[in-house]
Ligand binder design. Structure first.
Ligand code: GLU
Length: 423
């Protein structure tokens, strides 16, 4: 039978597995298997040519037992309701594992921003917020950037929201530019959090980060900063990186200035030039023999059909959903430490939480304080995950890190629902 690749079915399958391991109450399980609320919006936008184009947008509030829904908005040509539902579920577990006072949500629009002008992207961003209306807000549902959205888009969205709300509520959206009270440190916090996890995992596996080789799939916010920070924080060598067009491999390590130059000149990192540089496909990148593999692009990259060829010691899921359930099992059997997305990339939403706190209190921090708090928080999640794995191992049950993290996250949400009388 072909492997299930529908993202929401995967999210449900993961929850079902965790529920059975932790013997979750049946009623809590039933509530957590479905999103609390799904919005599908048709969004008309007047395009540059004067014609109106109708876009389809989604916003899913998966669960808000522990606080307002929280999660990014993706602008992607292949966006689907199933993906947004899955990502909203994963946000619920992410916020819970990080132990921050948010539930989970996610948004998306089916669109190709590469074929749109800045003015059209702005018009779409504003129209998306008008369609949401008061279904967002600092105490309701708080969006942030994700694939193909960025701080500028957040600023346009916030401006539109504040016009609707007729209030100056900067905490309604996070991941904003610092000029409109985005937080110092938020820009690279997804990758930075991932690097703190990498540091702890390398320590545990006795990998010397200074000698480690790394391959990164993706050159967006997460991938590009994973590249720079792995060098800055750990002194590691990134030997391969890719974007949606494909990747480049150089055993001597890649140079950022040259990568940026290649991207600017040719539209892809594949235009990179050096003595030993070799063009590779995204699939080849995943199968390189490296110490650490960091998928930092999109979901379903490591699957049943290629998991066996993954050749690293540590796999850090910086993207959302890059490893399927079948692949998770194969990697576990191969003794590759595969750390789950909602732990590894939680630095993004932890950073968003700090931004929201600063917006609400009006007390602004410097990057040192931000980084120190982020480090402490994400390291705590990593330790809790490993401790949960050990707790089960002591009972004679071998569970993978994803399941360990699920158990922690689901238990917290279930307890909040119980206290609130939902079941
Ligand atoms: N889009 C990021 C994620 O998937 C950040 C979400 C947020 O900050 O709300 O975790």
């Amino acid at each position: 039978m072909a492997e299930e690749l529908d993202p929401f079915k995967i999210a449900q399958e993961q929850l079902d597995e965790a529920a059975s391991i932790m013997k979750l109450d049946k009623e809590a399980h039933a509530i957590l298997r479905e999103p609390k609320r799904v919005l599908v919006m048709s969004i008309p936008v007047r395009m540059g040519n004067g014609h109106t184009q109708v876009f389809t947008g989604f916003r899913v509030r998966y669960n808000d037992a522990r606080g307002p829904a929280k999660g990014g908005i993706r602008f992607h040509p292949q966006e689907s309701l199933s993906t947004v539902k899955a990502l909203a579920a994963w946000m619920t577990w992410k916020c819970s594992l990080a132990d921050i006072p948010f539930g989970g949500g996610k948004g998306g629009v089916i669109c190709d921003t590469k074929k749109m002008s800045d003015k059209e992207v702005e018009a779409l961003s504003r129209a998306y917020v008008r369609a949401l209306g008061t279904d967002m807000g600092p105490e309701v549902d708080v969006p942030a950037p994700d694939v193909y959205t960025n701080p500028q888009i957040m600023a346009w969205m916030l401006d539109e929201y504040m016009n609707i709300a007729r209030k100056s509520e900067f905490g309604a959206i996070t991941g904003k530019p610092v000029e409109v009270w985005g937080s110092a440190g938020r820009m690279d916090s997804t990758a930075r959090g991932g690097m703190y996890v990498m540091r702890e995992a390398a320590k545990m596996l006795k990998i010397n980060p200074r000698r480690a080789t790394i391959a990164v799939q993706g050159f967006g916010n997460a991938g590009r900063y994973a590249y720079t920070l792995s060098r800055e924080i750990m002194g590691s060598k990134v030997v391969a990186i890719s974007d949606s067009e494909g990747g480049v491999y150089d055993p001597d390590g890649l140079d950022l200035a040259k990568l940026d130059e290649a991207k600017k000149r040719t539209g892809t990192v594949q235009g990179y030039k050096s003595k030993k540089a070799k063009k590779i496909s995204n699939e080849e990148l995943l199968e390189l023999k490296v110490d650490i593999l960091i998928p930092a692009a999109i979901e379903n990259q490591v699957r049943a059909d290629n998991a066996d060829r993954i050749n690293c010691k540590l796999l850090l899921e910086l993207a959302n959903g890059p490893v399927t359930p079948e692949a998770t099992k194969i990697l576990f059997e191969k003794k590759i430490l595969d750390l789950p997305d909602f732990l590894v990339n939680s630095g993004g939403v932890i950073g968003s939480y700090y931004e929201w706190v600063q917006n609400i209190t009006g007390d602004y921090w410097d990057t040192d304080l931000f980084y120190a708090k982020l480090d402490k928080k994400i390291t705590k999640s990593f330790n809790a995950t490993i401790a949960m794995q050990k707790e089960y191992a002591a009972k004679g049950e071998k569970i993978n890190p994803r399941m360990a993290a699920y158990i922690i996250a689901v238990e917290r949400v279930a307890k909040a629902m119980k206290a609130r009388g939902w079941y």
